[in-house]
Design a binder for this molecule. Structure first.
Ligand SMILES: [Zn+2]
Length: 119
């Protein structure tokens, strides 16, 4: 399953960051997922739940931002919302559309709990 692989790489990346900073746990991970990224977010949520078990991310809150799609027409330069790939320009009907937004899949931030902060 595609989403399981994505979930596992998110967890691996977050854990690596936490280990680099000697964090005790990961409290929150913020993700940005574009509507055109080809990710089934329900399947990803489900995959995350199993992927975080036994990791530093086990109790982390996952904040997901869905990024809307946006494209610019290569023929008339019209900028318009895109909800699926291969949509044509609503102004001139051209299929020469450059996707500006909506394909992102990235980790925006990680909040970690550190150890050794006692006075
Ligand atoms: Zn156009």
């Amino acid at each position: 399953m595609h989403e399981l692989a994505i979930a596992q790489s998110i967890v691996a990346l977050a854990e690596q960051q936490a280990q680099n900073r000697h964090a005790a746990a990961i409290e929150e991970v913020e993700l940005e997922i574009g509507v055109l990224a080809g990710v089934d977010v329900k399947a990803l949520d489900f995959a995350m739940k199993s992927s975080v078990k036994g990791t530093l991310m086990e109790n982390a809150r996952i904040v997901r931002h869905d990024i809307a799609g946006e494209g610019r027409c290569g023929d008339c330069a019209n900028v318009f919302p895109v909800n699926r790939l291969f949509e044509n320009c609503p102004a001139c009907g051209s299929y020469a559309v450059n996707i500006l937004k909506g394909k992102e899949l990235r980790m925006k931030s990680i909040v970690m709990a550190t150890i050794g902060l006692q006075p």
